[in-house]
Design a binder for this molecule. Structure first.
Ligand code: 5GP
Length: 209
């Protein structure tokens, strides 16, 4: 079968915490062979069960600052004013050039800066919960019953949600399987964008007739 060479897609998924973004990302990765996850560098300590090099590259601030100075990040940000997070440049650029897609679990600032760093490559999807009530009950299972902590996290979620209009697509994660199907459809459509198919002119020229 003849195929046209293409540049990979940068699929950015952003969402308020509790909207199910990690589960959606995992489901996509499990079914999309050409998709890999961008592993960010962070200065925050690992949580129980998190593995260096799989969930994040965990580094101290000095190592992070050295990477910033060397231009090693496509984008980086101080998230929630506490810890630094950055997207390493080399792995992403190599994947895109080889026609492989990359999914990013980053926040709205990362999405905005990645669009500037990689013009034309980014497809941004904002994942919404079906309601704030649904988000709150998911947060209860994570944050325990401390009302102050729940209120703090709901405030952060509202702030993240306020950036929805900056994204190309919005997916409501009500029925999980439906949300996964929507994300897959977005990825598949992005692959066939004219500007992404770098071998098109040659392919069309060789069609004959
Ligand atoms: P957590 O510490 O809970 O894993 O992540 C906190 C927030 O940082 C999440 O919203 C996550 O999407 C965001 N984040 C993770 N990696 C990056 C990154 O490389 N760049 C940016 N801008 N945000 C990131």
């Amino acid at each position: 079968m003849t195929s046209v060479a293409r540049r990979g897609v940068c699929l950015v998924l952003a969402a308020p915490s509790g909207a199910g973004k990690s589960s959606l990302t995992r489901a996509l990765l499990a079914t999309e062979a050409e998709l890999s996850l961008s592993i960010s560098v962070t200065t925050r300590p690992p949580r129980p069960g998190e593995v260096d090099g799989a969930h994040y590259h965990f580094r101290d601030q000095a190592a992070f600052d050295a990477m910033v100075a060397a231009g090693g990040f496509l984008e980086w940000a101080r998230v929630l004013g506490r810890h630094s997070y950055g997207t390493p440049r080399t792995a992403v650029e190599a994947a895109l050039a080889a026609g492989r897609d990359v999914v990013f679990d980053i926040d709205w600032q990362g999405h905005r800066n990645l669009r500037t760093a990689l013009p034309g490559d980014v497809v941004g999807v904002f994942v919404l919960p079906p309601s704030l009530g649904a988000l709150e009950s998911r947060l209860h299972s994570r944050a325990g019953e401390d009302p102050a902590e729940i209120a703090r996290r709901m405030g952060l979620a509202r702030e993240e949600i306020s950036h929805w209009a900056e994204f190309d697509h919005v997916v409501v994660n009500d029925v999980f399987e439906d949300a996964v199907a929507e994300l897959r459809a977005i990825l598949h459509a992005a692959r066939s964008a004219t500007a992404r198919q770098i071998g098109l002119a040659g392919f069309v020229g060789g069609l004959g007739g």
